[in-house]
Design a protein around this ligand. Structure first.
Ligand SMILES: NC(=O)c1ccc[n+]([C@@H]2O[C@H](COP(=O)([O-])OP(=O)(O)OC[C@H]3O[C@@H](n4cnc5c(N)ncnc54)[C@H](O)[C@@H]3O)[C@@H](O)[C@H]2O)c1
Length: 305
């Protein structure tokens, strides 16, 4: 099955006015694709549309202000999109936000006493993609040409509602991939999980459709354009888990951390033992040794080729 990244085909991206979403839109535009841009931020969306139209005004660039958590807004927006586009080929359900809980001076219990913070986070990061799927999947079923859906989820972080929301995104994306590929009616739709590393975006105060050439970032963080390039590469190679390294964490280190995390369950360790004061040293040493062994093995494999 060919890639949906083709000239004259259409990409729809949520959270397209900043960071990873804007970088994906730019990359799709450089491949001569039509664009449907969705974002809650009216002013950044206007600027993003202007920049992307400026890259090639012969291609369609439509922008819609929407809160992805609002199912009724999705219903109305998808109707408008259908009036303009007969087909959508690539859907990137990228919009996401890390809300903060209300400060209540109760230490580490703080996030657990603010259910509104959980609800807002889950509504944006989990119901956002689910609302999108409800209204966009019928458009992907309308023809049998190859289509793709991608959604991002990160590793780690210190925000429990955000982490729980991204764990849900991982689980629902895995299930969606399994369901769609197992049915001939839907097997033309590939599903992908994008796992960015540390990326210099609105999450770090670098919001909006910025020109990467004009900003400085810490060496450890990646530019959004690097993540966008990994996404397109993963879509073309039909990779489900598109794991992006960053300037601090290479793939072997990511793999070693994931192995340690998975083994928490098998070894009956405390939850999230890597961050537990009684386990942190052992975890760091084991992960480091595992990462080095993986690097050495990858180097041996490369030398043999
Ligand atoms: N930056 C990182 O290090 C990192 C790492 C892993 C995963 N991610 C994920 O990547 C995705 C993109 O984030 P980013 O880093 O580019 O951040 P960003 O803040 O630069 O971009 C997010 C965009 O989503 C929009 N948005 C937020 N809430 C919305 C809503 N309710 N409805 C519609 N649009 C909304 C924002 O206005 C913004 O334009 C997110 O899902 C985030 O969780 C980011």
């Amino acid at each position: 099955m060919g890639s949906p990244i083709q000239p004259q085909r259409t990409a729809l991206i949520t959270g397209a006015a900043s960071g990873v979403g804007f970088a994906v839109a730019k990359l799709c535009r450089s491949k001569d694709m039509h664009l449907v841009l969705l974002d809650i931020d009216r002013e950044n969306l206007r600027k993003a549309k202007e920049t992307l139209t400026g890259m090639n005004s012969c291609l369609q660039t439509e922008a819609f202000v929407i809160d992805v958590a609002d199912a009724e807004a999705w219903r109305l927006t998808s109707k408008q999109i259908l009036e303009i586009f007969t087909e959508i080929d690539l859907v990137v359900l990228n919009a996401g936000k890390g809300y903060k809980p209300r400060e209540q001076d109760v230490g580490r219990a703080n996030p657990w006493l603010d259910v509104a913070y959980w609800r807002k986070t889950l509504e944006t990061n989990v119901y956002g993609p689910l609302n999108g799927l409800q209204y966009l999947l019928p458009m992907l079923l309308s023809s049998r040409s190859s289509k793709s859906i991608a959604s991002p989820t990160p590793p780690g972080g210190g925000n429990p509602a955000y982490n729980a929301s991204k764990a849900a995104v991982k689980s629902l994306t895995e299930h969606l991939a399994h369901d769609l590929r197992s049915d001939p009616k839907t097997s033309h739709i590939s599903v992908h999980l994008l796992i960015p590393g540390w990326t210099w975006t609105g999450f770090m105060g670098n919001g909006g459709p910025v020109d990467e050439g004009q900003i400085s970032k810490p060496a450890g963080a990646w530019y959004p354009s690097q993540v966008a390039a990994e996404l397109l590469n993963g879509l073309e190679n039909r990779t489900f888990y598109i794991i992006c390294p960053d300037g601090e964490t290479d793939l072997p280190l990511d793999q070693a951390r994931m192995t340690w995390g998975g083994e928490d369950v098998l070894e009956n360790r405390p939850a999230l033992s890597r961050w537990d004061e009684n386990w942190a040293t052992k975890a760091a040493e084991t992960i480091q040794a595992d990462a080095e062994a993986r690097r050495a093995s990858a180097n041996r494999f490369r030398a043999l080729k």
